[in-house]
Design a protein around this ligand. Sequence first.
Ligand code: NAD
Length: 358
Amino acid sequence: MAKIYKIAVIKGDGIGPEIVDEAIKVLDALASVSDFDFKYRELLMGGIAYDITGDPLPEETIEGCKEADAVLFGAIGGEKWDSLPRDKRPESGLLRLRQALDLYANYRPVKVYDELVDASTLKRKVVEGVDMLVMRELTGGIYFGQPRERGEEKAFNTMVYTRREVERIAHEGFKAAMKRNKRVCSVDKANVLEVSQFWRNIVEEVAQAYPEVQLTHMYVDNAAMQLVRNPRQFDVILTGNIFGDILSDEASMISGSIGLLPSASVGGKVALYEPIHGSAPDIAGQGIANPIATIASAAMMLRFSFGEEDAANRIEEAIEQILRDGCRTKDIADYGAKEVCSTTELGSYIAEYVSKNA
Ligand code: NAD
C-alpha cells in the first residue's frame, strides 16, 4: 500500500490559486512515479474566507490544518480588504494560524541560481554562489509583545522574548547549520536593547551544545549593510521576528525575483510551506505569476515534513534544469529566456521533468 501524505491546501487570494495549482501538479507528477501519494483538503483563509464566512481564518481551517500532515499555502490579501478592521483583514488570519500551529521558526533559504545571476540588482561578482538561510523567530518579539497601545499623543509596542522562545529558535538555527556549512551569525541590537542582550546571552548558551558550529554576532544595522556588501559571508542568519522580517526581504532581492523563493514555518506538529511573496494582485488572473517559489516550497515540505529527501531533490533539480533550458516567466524573462512561459506552462515543464527522471 502506498504511503498517503495528507496536505491541507490553502490557496488564498490574488495569484494564490494559480501558483498553488502548479505546485499540486508537480506533486501529482511525483506521486505518479513514487511509492507515496497525496491526499489534499482545500481550506479557506484570507480575503476569500472573509467574503464567504465573515472570518479570515474560519475554525474549520484551523482544525483541518491540525488534522493534516502539512500545510501548503499560496498567499493572501488585496486592496479589497484593506479597509476592514485589523482582526478581519486577511493578514490577521495568517498570524492567527501561525500561532494556532505554534510555528515559531521560519526558514527562508536564499539561493542564487547560476542561470539568473544577472537578474539580481547586485553585481554578478557579489551574488554568484550565494546560498544562505535566514532563520527568523516567528511567534514572539515586538509583533506580539504586551502591553501595546495606540493613543492620540503616544503609541507603543513592546519587544519581549522569554528564555524558552530564544532557546528553541536558537536550537533550530544551530541544527540547520549542522546540515549546512556549520556557521551561525546571530543578528541583534545588543548595543541598545536589553532584550537583544538577553537574546545574545542565550544564543551563546545554546551554542555550547553545538561545538562544531562557529557562532558570530552582528548588529542588525551592520547585517543590513553586509547583506548587500558581501552576502556570500553568511551561512545561517539567526534572528528575531522584526529583524528577520526586514532582513529576509532584503536577502530575497539578492536572488533576482521574489517569485523564486520558498519558505517553511515549523515548530508544532504540522508545518506550513509558502512562497515568500504576497498575493500580487497587480498580476492576478493574467497567467504570468512565477510558480517556482511555491513549487520549491512543496519541495521543502517533502524534505521537512515527510522525510522524502530524494523527492525534494528531484523537484529542486527540475527547477534548475528548466531554468538551464531557458524557460522563464515574465518576471525574469530578461535574463536568458529562450522561451517566455505562462504560469501553467512552467509548472507543466517542471512536472514533466519530475516524472520523466524518476
Ligand atoms: P507582493 O509580494 O504580492 O508583490 C510585490 C511585487 O512582486 C508585485 O509587483 C508582484 O506582481 C510581484 N510578484 C510577487 N509574487 C510574484 C510571482 N510569483 N511572480 C511574479 N511576480 C511576483 O507584495 P505586495 O504587492 O506588497 O502585497 C500584495 C498583497 O499581498 C497585500 O495585500 C499584502 O498584504 C499581501 N501579502 C501577503 C503575504 C502572504 O500571504 N504571506 C505576504 C506579503 C504580502
